[in-house]
Design a protein around this ligand. Structure first.
Ligand code: BGC
Length: 373
């Protein structure tokens, strides 16, 4: 996993994108010198679902940047349904866009659709989630997914004092959707940090989930990243394994949608903030979870400022269309089974109650008002 990440200021990216765009008034006529075979200035954007806050923000921000840079866009959401996403991508390809930006639902299901894109010389950027088992993905832009999990694991270690020899603590581990390539990176990042404490007995898993190595992550995955499924899984674990006064001390939740369900479960089982509420991790800084952090119901979230991802992808789109060098900073971490996809990795950031204001409000990600601050 690449350790050296360059984080570009959002403003700098927008400025540089606008500047390069301004110099290329002949983009439409100049398709022969561009990286794409299409003569339109259409960019297709395929997003997984509107049901999660982050994807709405991602889609809207990217579309906005591209429109400001003079592109036409088609933005589609697929309700987390793989077939629907494939149909949407096929329809986009029929419109012959310059570039396709895809945040996949199932990263292994798009090969056949993307073959047609390659025939038409449409370049493909995998957005946030890698597209697997195909040669027809040109670039990948994401946050460092392994690092997301690592930050969650390190937070748990510090918060519980495991590194100071404290324990044992009861841990309930969860992982993300089994069809999402990111989910295994999140889990390995966290598990590489936590497993030594499980092995030494300082972290105990009362539900008995078998996690001999991080390759076992699917034993604790929650399909579709569903809050409801996470809630009922947590209900089941508490009902079956936390009898006779036994308490959950810590929950490894890979993201905020799972954390939300887990927090609802804990609440319904009588856990109380300030008394026996466990340490809970998350990711995305979704609004409901950020409010829960302020209320003490979630300990942390790993914030991925999706504006910077949109900025980077808009820049890559522009570089592809102009036929200039497409900026990447990692050419070894993301092998999709057919090739290593040149990637641009951004750095995720831990947010706790103490720094919601300095990180999320001062950066303009949320207004103080929205968070009730
Ligand atoms: C994204 C996370 C998100 C999850 C559920 C992952 O691929 O990287 O940010 O929480 O999908 O949508």
């Amino acid at each position: 996993m690449a350790k050296k990440l360059r984080v570009f200021a959002a403003v700098a990216m927008v400025v540089s994108l606008a500047a390069t765009t301004a110099c290329s008034s002949s983009r439409d006529e100049d398709s022969s010198s561009s990286g794409s075979g299409s003569s339109s200035n259409l960019i297709g954007i395929a997003m997984p679902t509107k049901s999660l806050e982050r994807w709405n923000n991602d889609g809207a921000h990217l579309e906005d940047l591209l429109k400001k840079a003079g592109y036409t866009t088609t933005l589609q959401y697929a309700d987390n349904k793989v077939d629907q996403q494939i149909t949407q991508i096929q329809n986009m390809i029929n419109q012959n866009p310059k570039v396709l930006v895809v945040a996949s639902i199932d990263g292994t299901a798009l090969g056949p659709a993307l073959e047609k894109a390659a025939q038409q010389k449409i370049k493909v950027i995998a957005y946030d989630r890698l597209i697997n088992s195909t040669a027809n993905v040109d670039y990948y832009a994401t946050f460092d997914n392994y690092q997301v999990g690592k930050l969650q694991g390190e937070y748990v270690v510090k918060q519980l004092g495991l590194d100071a020899g404290k324990g044992p603590f009861n841990l309930e581990p969860f992982a993300g959707s089994s069809d999402d390539n990111n989910a295994k990176f999140f889990f390995s990042g966290a598990w590489d940090v936590l497993k030594p404490y499980v092995d030494s007995g300082k972290l105990v898993i009362p539900s008995g989930k078998k996690l001999a190595s991080d390759a076992d992550w699917k034993n604790v995955s929650i399909d579709g990243w569903s809050s409801q499924k996470a809630q009922s899984e947590m209900d089941n674990r508490i009902n079956s394994f936390y009898t006779g006064g036994k308490k959950v001390d810590v929950v490894l939740s890979p993201n905020d949608s799972l954390a939300l369900g887990i927090e609802q479960s804990l609440e319904s089982k009588g856990y109380k903030v300030g008394a026996d509420w466990p340490v809970i991790t998350g990711q995305d800084a979704d609004l409901a979870n950020t409010k829960n952090i302020l209320a003490g119901k979630q300990s942390m979230t790993v914030w991925k400022d999706t504006r910077t991802l949109g900025d980077q992808v808009a820049k890559m789109v522009d570089q592809i269309v102009k036929g200039t060098t497409v900026e990447t900073n990692d050419t070894s971490s993301y092998n999709n089974g057919v090739k290593v996809v040149p990637s641009y990795l951004l750095a995720p950031v831990v947010v706790t109650k103490d720094d919601v204001k300095t990180k999320l409000v001062d950066s303009g990600f949320y207004t103080a008002d929205k968070l009730g601050l």
